[in-house]
Design a protein around this ligand. Sequence first.
Ligand code: ADP
Ligand code: MG
Length: 723
Amino acid sequence: MGDLDNKLSNVVGDRTAKVLLDSFAIKTVGDLMHHYPRRYMVRGELSDIAQLNEGDEVTILAQVHSSQNRAIRGRKGSILEVIVTDGSAKLSLTFFNQAWREKELKVGAQGLFAGKVGIFNGKKQLAHPDYQMIPDGADVDSAAASFAGKYLPVYSATAKLASWKISQCVEMAIATLDQVEDYLPESIRLSHNYPTLQQALVQLHTPADLDHADAARERLTFDEAFLLQLMLVMRRNELKKLNTTSRKTIKGGLLEAFDASLPFELTGGQREVVAEIENDLAQTHPMHRLLQGEVGSGKTVVALRAMLAIVDSGGQAALLAPTEVLAAQHLRTFQKLLGPLALGGTLGSADKSTQITLITGSQSAHERKIALSLAATGGAGIIIGTHALLGEKVEFADLGLIVVDEQHRFGVEQRDALKVKAQKPPHLLVMTATPIPRTVAMTVFGDLDVSTLRELPLGRAPITTHVVSVLEKPAYLERAWARIREEVAAGHQAYIVAPRIEAGSDESSDIDFLFGLDSPDIAAVTTLAPQLSAGALAGLKVAELHGRQNSEIKDSTMRAFAAGELDVLVSTTVIEVGVDVANATVMVIMDADRFGVSQLHQLRGRVGRGTSPGLCLLVSSAPADSAARERLNAVASTLDGFELSRIDLEQRREGDVLGSTQSGSASHLRLLRVLRDEALIEIARADAQSIIEASNELSSYPALKSQVALLAQNAATDYLDKG
Ligand code: ADP
Ligand code: MG
């Protein structure tokens, strides 16, 4: 048992150990040592009191300025008011019936004070704050080790456990450390000039100076990146050891016939990815590939080719789509692209042909029965579905490939639920239209090989984006409707996207009353559509599409829109991903500031899919200098999804950056920030790869190996907890 495994109750006593456990799930000395300080306060440097805001939970360093105990008028008892200062501003501390504290809170003494900032009689105050006085210079040596250093660590604390109490526990824990085993290979540690694990932990909590604290932080941040990369690289190697059916491309098959009938040339990028995938599928271990690409870069065709290669080899391919709208569209697209090749088992079929079937939650029992049987018997080579594909009753004859469209909508659990339906480990292709920076991909999808489609097919008309500020120029909204009428007159179609289905279903939109339009809730699909039909878009064929409609209505509306029978689709974000109607050229997004940057980019990707230029209007009532407007300006300024995803990610919390796919590991990332620490992640990845190779899967580094195993195990439990 190493020092870090020591139970905290042996060090700080049962009572405090229980509070640490309840507040932070801290059980061992090691857990406590990994509860890192958020920042440091410097002895003698008082906190800026003027900066404190009402309602803040604060821990401040201040000096006692004066104190006064007085009787409460008309009531029993007394009130002790202590004024503390940072040298200029003052803060009042109040205690009821605790006159004895005056002796502790000596005028001129410095202390740490924690509590919630309130306002009383126009003055900032802390009522009944928790505090810890700091021994002055002369007392330092005689005082408990606590607060002896110049840098006072500040921890995330709770009402039950003030920051300095955690600090005292940490100091007791440090005193018990004898020789902490360092799992980091010495060669790697020295190559980066890092302190040992023990030095790093001690220096992070009780730094001699800020350089030591920085070095400690860097070493421990590296550890997080390194362990995570080791786990991912090893997982990837495990996958490479699995045995599966090799699916070599054959001559004279469906794929060849499909290529011959394809109405366009693949782009250079598509050809590269196609070759990578062909190569993967020919191996006897399963493909594990992420295809990320710009919106409209043509991922579907690439996926379809992979699916056909599987069918050619006698297997089946399943495509998992996030929405029914998208699943239905994939079915239509595949049928259109394949033509007679998709009519297997019917009279009109070509000699090489297959059947495509759809499995969704809302189909009738009869349809479902046919689809299930086609999947189970192998009658269908391609099975498209929503979450319903994961259902128990769904079986396959020989599932060789799983394609997950719009991966960001699914977690690892879901792709695993499909995997178990295959006889042998299936090949896996996950696609995402939310391009992510390389190091994020490395962290989130580090066990996948990554292919990227950056270019759009040739001849794609550009998309122009404008922010329509209805705050400054209300009349611009009229212009937006006029643009829709013009596009429709020219034979095109339009989308109008609103954040809500129904009026009043959430707080009302600011845009509403600005226009004095009849409804107070213009940015809701079900009010906006009739209003426009009767008003600004009178005479046009306007339909609604949203998630509360049943799937038949959704499907028939999408079909009608795709067939050009409708002019304008007023919709929620159900059309966000994947919807592909080339004739739609204009999109108006209402209350655009309510959507995220990547989401707007996705939405906008629905227009400009054909050869006519696309126009996207971001309607917003956010003030010109607001952060919301800045985000909209960013979207308007570039069509580069990679750049936008970076902006998007920078504004999110780390857990959201990593998303559901890797949230298990995310909770183990205390210091690492995937965007800020890109360079470190790259280095950690390279180190992980080389050490795994050089050490025969870490067998020469047992301590490191068990750290990685622990991380993998925790990540797995987190998934289970979530499910
Ligand atoms: P996404 O990558 O966003 O999923 P899609 O696969 O839906 O994009 O492709 C967008 C549109 O581009 C589709 O209509 C598709 O048929 C078309 N397309 C794909 N590849 C090409 C190409 N090489 N040349 C011309 N059009 C293409
Ligand atoms: Mg797509």
